[in-house]
Design a protein around this ligand. Structure first.
Ligand SMILES: [Ca+2]
Ligand SMILES: [Ca+2]
Length: 415
């Protein structure tokens, strides 16, 4: 039911006696929020996705970070996945372990190697060179010096199965469905080490074992690559999301497509020319719709902000927070017209607030435009943003209700 229908239905109540009218209004105003009212694709409330867990507060991709995200109200927790030498899927943002674990203090430099990661020669400790038993001896560290350091060395590296168990146990304990949002990291890289689609087959097999093969499962699978999503679309009804990246955002608000961030790496490796920017045009979105259920774009693709040199937050320095907000680029609307969900990344209280000094206001802005979900390192701020977004249907109902109360009040005065 859209809001105009709802208004008409309430207008039909105008003949009711004031007492009945008040009862009807009270029922309407205290009823649970209707699922049709937000500007999202389905009208449902936008999702809060705990990006790498509550990674603003705990070392990322640990059970403790995911558990805190759930406690703070996240609808989904987001594990990035990489594969171990013996074929287990574990949660790390990168196949390189050096930046987010104590691996260098547990294993010697002879365990380092040099590999090509999306065309970039990289020397590090790679998860694919370690067994799960070895990785279980590691502990996570906080790579961001401006975030809490007191949890360093305490938390283990979880497997996908452990993350699923946590989400399902927390769903049962809280009565609130908590989903998972796994990302296939560097599919082309993993194909080169383990063989074609070994990673994707393992992922789908694990998810089907826990959730079944269902588009209603509280699961989204995400990737920056294309052909692996197309492949998984032949295996599963679990929802798939095409991530969309860029290198940077220019002062005029346009996106900088510098490699390796301007195009899906599997497309580049195959000699293709499709870019992420092209994928967000109407034809590109139509193409994505042939294999995916949604897009996960970097947020500057959705809202245009311009660096015009004005110190809007008045702190005496010009930062990205001061950028002028020029509104929607039209991508959210075009994606919805194509039937695609839009989950935007990444919202952080302590960084990346293009055009916004207040991270809650930033997320609320995107939610008012209609994003279907936000990836955030600070799920409590995301929950507060959802709560601050006036559900359009509720507002219409409220205004209708106030108008009718006003009519009733005038009648009582006359009487
Ligand atoms: Ca991710
Ligand atoms: Ca400023």
């Amino acid at each position: 039911m859209n809001s105009s229908l709802r208004v008409r239905r309430f207008a039909a109540f105008a003949w009711l006696a004031p007492v009945a009218l008040a009862a009807a209004l009270t029922a309407g105003l205290t009823a649970p929020a209707q699922a049709q009212g937000y500007n999202t694709l389905t009208g449902a409330a936008p999702l809060v996705i705990g990006h790498r867990g509550a990674s603003g507060y705990r070392p990322e991709h640990t059970l403790e970070a995911y558990r805190l995200a759930i406690q703070l109200g996240a609808d989904y927790i987001e594990p990035d996945l990489v594969m171990t030498r013996d074929g287990h899927l574990i949660a790390r943002h990168e196949p390189m372990l050096g930046g987010t674990t104590n691996v260098a203090s547990v294993f010697g430099p002879e365990r380092m190697s040099t590999k090509m990661v999306d065309g970039v020669s990289t020397t590090d400790y790679f998860a694919s060179d370690f067994t799960l038993a070895e990785i279980r001896t590691l502990r996570a560290i906080q790579p961001n010096p401006n975030r809490p350091q007191e949890f360093n060395g305490l938390y283990a590296i979880p497997t996908l199965e452990e993350i699923i168990s946590l989400a399902q146990a927390q769903s049962a304990a809280t009565g609130r469905q908590v989903g998972i949002y796994p990302e296939v990291k560097h599919s082309t890289f993993h194909d080169g080490i383990f063989g074609p689609r070994v990673f994707e087959n393992k992922l789908i097999g694990t998810l089907h074992a826990s959730y079944g093969n269902s588009g209603n499962a509280p699961v989204f699978i995400q990737s920056f690559e294309v052909s692996n999503l197309q492949y998984m679309n032949t295996l599963t009804d679990i929802r798939l999301v095409q991530l969309v990246d860029a290198n940077d955002v220019n002062p005029d608000g346009s996106l900088d497509p510098t490699a390796p961030y301007g195009a899906p790496y599997d497309v580049v490796a195959a000699g293709g020319t499709l870019t992420f920017a092209q994928m967000l045009t109407a034809p590109g979105l139509g193409f994505i719709k042939t294999y995916a259920d949604g897009i996960g774009p970097w947020k500057p693709y959705l809202v245009k902000t311009v660096a015009d040199g004005i110190d809007r937050d008045g702190d005496g320095v010009i930062t990205i927070k001061d950028r002028r907000v020029d509104g929607s680029t039209g991508v959210i609307e075009a994606a919805h017209a194509a039937g695609l969900l839009v989950h935007a990344y990444t919202f952080r209280n302590d960084a990346s607030g293009y055009g916004f000094a207040d991270p809650r206001a930033e997320m609320a802005y995107y939610m008012n435009l209609g994003v279907d979900g936000v990836f955030t390192d600070f799920p409590d701020t995301g929950v507060a943003a959802v709560a601050s977004v006036p559900e359009p249907g509720t507002v219409a109902l409220l205004l209708t209700g106030l108008g009718l109360v006003g009519v009733a009040a005038r009648r009582r005065q006359r009487g």
